[in-house]
Design a protein around this ligand. Structure first.
Ligand code: ZN
Length: 286
């Protein structure tokens, strides 16, 4: 990571030097141009902002609202689909795991099966984007979940952006879960997951779909990695708890814009946000 940053800095310095030499007469405006060049991505943008309109992470509600039992669906999938072809989330009443891949939305229920999703179904929490790979990596050696995350961390351009993550791989083992529909009064998520179903897959090909969010979004989204899995034939999957991958292709989509849509009715109005729910998060993710 440090080496990579150093290399980028060196490249940027040389860009500044060269452009400074070629047009010395431009003074201040040229200087500000250089600053923008320095911030700009390697995709050739000169605005200082990486993204196109598709590099938007679109999120419904907040993770801390979900952790505290705000499970009533607020946005139809038909609407969510207009914000992305790739993502994860859950459904009304916390019924199953959502996974969107290549424009297809799935609901993975407690039998582990991935069902098609209709446009009228509602989500209380979801994160989607239009997936366009910015960086691709081939992993030839076996890795567990921690090693996969460490590998991706080493290859991120920055820890301060959002990334959509897609990994098509061959897995010797995957442990995944789904949560059953909850009844009112809704329990907290940390209690709801005590009724989760856990599935184990062995020697299976499939795709990990999810995001890496920066530390500073704690309370809003899950800091670090949040991955769901679906089999290659798109028939089964779940929220990933553990894995061993033999080999695979990982793709990162640098997502520099963030749009959050908050519920304008229901339990969200009265839930107390702003508490530290780290302990709840630990229970839920493992
Ligand atoms: Zn999940």
């Amino acid at each position: 990571m440090n080496l990579k940053i150093l290399l980028i800095v060196l490249i940027l310095l040389s860009v500044t030097f060269v452009s400074g030499c070629t047009s010395p007469a431009d003074g201040v405006s040229e200087k500000s141009g250089n600053i923008e060049d320095n911030i700009a991505s390697n995709e050739g943008s000169d605005s200082g902002i990486h993204g196109s309109e598709t590099d938007v992470l679109y999120q419904v509600s907040t993770i801390d609202a979900l952790l505290q039992g705000v499970y009533d669906g607020v946005l139809p999938v038909a609407e969510l689909e207009t914000h992305g072809d790739f993502g994860i989330g859950t459904f009304d009443g916390l019924e199953g795991e959502m996974l969107a891949l290549d424009g297809n939305y799935y609901q993975i229920k407690t039998d582990g099966i991935a069902y098609p999703v209709s446009g009228e179904m509602l989500t209380p929490f979801a994160t989607v984007t239009y997936f366009e790979a910015d960086e691709n990596f081939r992993l030839e050696e076996p890795v567990n979940l921690t090693e996969l995350e460490d590998f991706l961390d080493l290859n991120l351009p920055s820890e301060n952006l959002f990334y959509a993550i897609r990994v098509d791989g061959n897995f010797s083992y995957i442990k995944a879960r789904s949560v059953p529909r909850q009844e009112k009064p809704y329990p907290r998520l940390a209690d709801a997951v005590s009724t989760q179903s856990v599935f184990e897959f062995e020697n299976i090909s499939g795709t990990l779909v999810g995001f890496r969010a920066p530390e500073y979004v704690k309370g809003v989204n899950v800091p670090g990695y949040h991955l769901h899995f679906i089999t290659e034939d798109r028939s089964a999957g779940g929220h990933v708890l553990d894995l061993e991958m033999e080999n695979g292709d990982a793709a990162l989509d640098i997502t520099s814009a963030f749009f959050m849509e908050l519920p304008t009715s229901g339990d969200f109005y009265d839930v107390e946000l702003g508490q530290d729910l780290q302990a709840d998060m630990e229970k839920v993710e493992k």
